[in-house]
Design a protein around this ligand. Structure first.
Ligand code: PEP
Ligand code: MG
Length: 589
């Protein structure tokens, strides 16, 4: 798909949240929610009545679907919340919309899903242009209803977004981590969504896959059409429709400058991440899937500080067997040798749902039956994974890490299951690693508060700032509406990190950070100053973090940390972090 001559049309800019760096330039594919490909068929005059009756049936089915949802919501949380679906029901009964579809069917003679899609799209476009908040809100209802009607017309489960055959910039309301995991790096040049946040797993995946991405551009789906020519700036969170020749030239220069920086960073690949005054920081990488290993190796990371194994479970109907997991873990360990890999046990729930597991979608899913809680309730899922890790650890430098540990009891329960697995393997005379090192993620405030107690039972901590921030400030990490409250340097977050580091060191274990904060060079001085021993970041940013560490003095970092811990003002903290980082590695900004 070669970009059209967009410069003939006026340039328009949309701002959002930058979540994955890079610049993409090409034609847009607007993913109409789940129905990414609406079939187009010509119909004969005789077929019009058949299409009308298909349309009526779909409307009836959609109405029943909406009433059912409404009833379920009313039973679960009350009639008030269920009433939000009244507006949806009104759309189904909207005579103007229905008549327009019927007229267009007769006039244009296309299949009804295509006709309906076009009419609904036009409706949404005109409503979104009206300066009335209520009417603009209705756009979301119409889009949702349209999606349901089309799904019913197609009579099949929603398609994923990954079936396109031409390179494009994907624009969608939202994308799930599994949609993102399935994306082709060759075909999806970049993506932008209306919803989303920096630490959603979709954003994390985009960074690991090196796909430039911007999220939180409200209403962008109705502003763009498939085929529009755009430039996506994943550094600053901007989407530019019809970029002018000047803009393209400007971005061309930015790209060459960035390439030059990347080339210089490559020279650091085989060096260690040690500060100018000799403090050694272990720098490792996070992965989601084994196919990211080459990037990890190329990044110069010292192994893998976080292997998010749940991605092995996504996009399939049954969980991977013990054998399949064993092969994967062994492969990863062998490939990163002599460095090590920390395998995190299944962290499912939250924003990651898996087919074939008994996992119910629940309200407040981040506070629900997620990660270790799910695994402890489901030994049939947990044990094969533990057994696979124990066995693979015989062949490489593997450590095991439990996610979402909230206190000592939970940790001991998990360890008891691990012991059970060892016992079974011994009885089966299968080879495994008896002294497998076990660590935990510190990502729940209760764990940070009990860190001293927890440290007595593990060999290391890895601080999951993505969750630690959301849980300590009570800010849903996925909600773009409150993204401004998601503050990595909130004094409470910094205190929890500090407590965790002090507890770990008092008990003589090491402590790392594997949340997204570890890969943000703005915070490198602060994390070094707080005393962490390891940083684990996405492979694409590892070279940047290495350069940052090598440019800093641990003494300066310590002074910065002492200063901000006393001030308790997060805007000032951010400003000071920026000052120190820019002074030490200006080229990286
Ligand atoms: C975290 O919470 O910081 C973390 C690394 O885990 P995840 O992002 O997978 O929840
Ligand atoms: Mg987490």
């Amino acid at each position: 798909m070669s970009p059209e001559a967009g410069h003939l049309k006026p340039e328009k800019r949309f701002s959002g949240i930058p979540v994955s760096p890079g610049i993409a330039h090409g034609n847009v594919f607007v993913h109409w929610f789940e129905e990414d490909e609406i079939p187009i068929r010509n119909i004969t005059p005789e077929q019009v009545s058949e299409e009308v009756s298909r349309f009526e049936t779909a409307l009836i089915a959609t109405r029943a679907e909406l009433l059912d949802i409404q009833e379920r919501i009313a039973n679960a949380i009350g009639a008030k919340d269920a009433s939000i679906f009244d507006a949806h029901l009104l759309v189904i009964e909207d005579r103007t919309l229905i008549d327009e579809v019927l007229k267009a069917l007769d006039r244009d003679r296309y299949n009804v899903e295509y006709v309906f899609h076009r009419v609904a799209e036009r409706y949404c476009k005109s409503l979104s242009e009206i300066k009335d908040a209520y009417l603009r809100e209705r756009v979301v209802d119409i889009e949702d209803v349209a999606r349901r009607v089309i799904r019913n017309l197609l009579g099949k489960a929603p398609k994923t977004v990954n079936n396109l055959e031409r390179a494009h910039i994907l624009v969608s309301h939202d994308l799930s981590p599994s949609d993102t995991a399935l994306m082709s790096r060759e075909l999806v040049l970049g993506f932008c969504t209306e919803a989303g946040s920096r630490t959603s797993h979709t954003a994390i995946m985009a960074r690991s896959m090196d796909i430039p991405a911007v999220v939180g551009i409200h209403g962008v789906c109705s502003e763009l059409n498939t085929g529009d020519h755009v430039l996506l700036d994943g550094y600053n969170g901007v989407l530019i429709l019809n970029p002018s020749p000047e803009t393209l030239r400007e971005y061309g220069e930015i790209e060459s400058k960035k390439e030059e920086i990347e080339e210089n960073l490559e020279l650091l690949r085989d060096t260690l991440s040690t500060t100018r005054d000799g403090k050694r920081i272990i720098l490792s990488a996070n992965i989601e899937l084994p196919d990211e290993l080459n990037d990890v190796i190329a990044s110069g990371a010292e192994g893998i500080g976080l292997f998010r194994t749940e991605f092995l479970f996504l996009n399939r109907s049954t969980p991977p067997s013990e054998e399949e997991q064993y092969e994967n873990y062994r492969l990863v360990a062998e490939k990163v040798a002599p460095h090590g890999v920390i395998i995190r046990t299944l962290d499912i729930g939250g924003d990651k749902f898996i087919n074939g597991l008994d996992l119910v979608e629940e309200q407040n899913s981040f506070l629900g039956c997620r990660a270790i809680r799910f695994c402890l309730r489901h030994p049939e899922v947990f044990k094969p994974q533990l057994r696979a890790i124990l066995r693979a650890a015989k062949h490489g430098n593997i450590r095991l890490m439990y996610p979402m540990i909230s206190g000592v009891e939970e940790l001991l329960q998990a360890n008891a299951v691990l012991e059970e697995c060892k016992k079974e393997l011994r009885a089966e005379e299968k080879e495994f690693r008896e002294d497998l090192e076990v660590g935990i993620m510190i990502e729940i405030p209760s764990a940070a508060l009990c860190a001293r107690l927890l440290a007595k039972h593990v060999r290391f901590f890895s601080i999951g700032t993505n969750d630690l921030i959301q849980y300590s400030i009570a800010v849903n990490r996925l909600n773009d509406e409150i993204a401004h409250l998601y503050d990595p340097v909130h004094p409470a977050v910094l205190q929890l990190i500090q407590m965790t580091v002090e507890a770990a060191h008092a008990e003589k274990i090491w402590v790392g950070v594997c949340g997204e904060m570890a890969g943000d060079i703005l915070y490198t001085p602060l994390l070094i100053g707080l005393g962490v021993d390891e940083l684990s970041a996405g492979a694409s940013v590892v070279p940047h973090v290495k350069k940052a560490v090598q440019s800093l003095d641990a003494k300066v970092c310590k002074e910065l940390t002492e200063e901000v811990m006393l001030s308790g003002d997060s805007s000032k903290t951010t400003a000071r972090c920026e000052e120190v980082s820019r002074a030490h590695y200006p080229d990286l900004f």
